[in-house]
Design a binder for this molecule. Structure first.
Ligand code: BDR
Ligand code: CA
Length: 303
């Protein structure tokens, strides 16, 4: 099994990614930390707890950063709704979040682990940047970071920037300079592997879990005629099926000022960094395999 920690801002696609990570037997989800992003951190924390409670999973949740390192916070409630996870009546008797911050919880979990941990951020990278500056010793205990965010091609906030990196570009710059192996799971693949309307219609027929996912996914404001992007779920798909995703090694720089703020610039010719690389950048995906896997994952969940 792969030991992971998810740092997340649920969020509709985050909720689906958590669903897969909590239930897939090949993944050992040790901790969930939350961050402001799609909605405020008090809401992303409640949403993470709702998913944990839905599955009666015994996974701790720790609340993290309320705002980016320097930039002003802007949410994405126009896509994910005011609550961040609308459309389904979750149980209301939620577990309590940990009595420590996300940074403390990340530090304690990473240092206590007998094996290196894979970090899976699916929101902005504020907590992780704070972790690295407060506790640089954790870096050697992290195997790699498989992060949703960024784009070589077109952004979804500006023509240059993807939402997670745009939300906290200074944090993203710190993460890309950390020296830890990074897999960039960006819009170049997540906009290709849309969950089709056929797949979405299949979900409620499978189980209560399928119904829950269906009921929240159909509220995604980015719904188009070909399907709905499940951005964050692609990180879990990559962990389990790397063969379905093509990556290229390159250097990624993050733009932190100006009109292209939040852009992830790939040194595709190896021209600016002497051929050195800091990331595996996902550039292509088998969209049909993604859809098939998504439904299989849901079918394998008992409730
Ligand atoms: C990313 O932005 C958020 O709205 C999604 O949850 C995903 O993490 C896609 O750009
Ligand atoms: Ca997210």
């Amino acid at each position: 099994t792969t030991k992971i920690i998810m740092d997340t801002d649920p969020g509709i696609d985050d909720a689906a990614a958590l669903t897969m990570a909590i239930n897939d037997p090949s993944i050992d989800l040790k901790l969930i930390t939350t961050v402001a992003g799609n909605v405020t951190v008090d809401k992303t924390t409640i949403n993470a707890q709702k998913i944990v409670r839905f599955f009666n999973a015994n996974i701790p949740v720790a609340a993290g950063a309320e705002q980016p390192l320097f930039k002003d916070f802007e949410d994405a409630a126009r896509i994910h709704g005011e609550s961040g996870m609308p459309g389904y009546d979750f149980p209301t008797d939620l577990p309590k979040p940990l009595d420590k911050t996300a940074v403390e919880a990340l530090h304690d979990e990473i240092m206590a682990s007998d094996e290196p941990i894979t970090l899976v951020p699916t929101g902005s990278y504020t907590n992780i940047a704070l972790l690295f500056s407060e506790y640089p010793e954790v870096k050697s205990h992290i195997e790699r970071i498989v992060a949703m965010g960024g784009a070589l091609g077109k952004g979804n906030m500006t023509s240059a920037a993807e939402f997670n990196v745009f939300t906290d570009p200074d944090a993203a710059a710190i993460v890309y300079k950390s020296g830890i192996p990074i897999v960039m799971v960006g819009l170049d693949i997540t906009m290709k592997a849309l969950l089709t309307h056929d797949s979405i219609e299949e979900l409620p027929k499978i189980s209560e879990t399928g119904k829950m996912l269906h009921d929240i996914i159909i509220n995604d404001g980015d719904n188009n005629s070909n399907g709905i992007a499940m951005h964050d779920v692609n990180t879990i798909f990559y962990l389990l099926h790397p063969e379905a995703i093509t990556t290229e090694d390159m250097w990624i720089d993050v733009v932190t000022t100006g009109a292209a703020i939040g852009e992830t610039v790939g040194d595709i010719r190896g021209a600016y960094h002497d051929g050195k690389t800091n990331a595996k950048v996902s550039v292509d995906i088998d969209a049909a395999a993604f859809n098939k896997w998504f439904l299989e994952e849901v079918r394998a969940i008992k409730n």
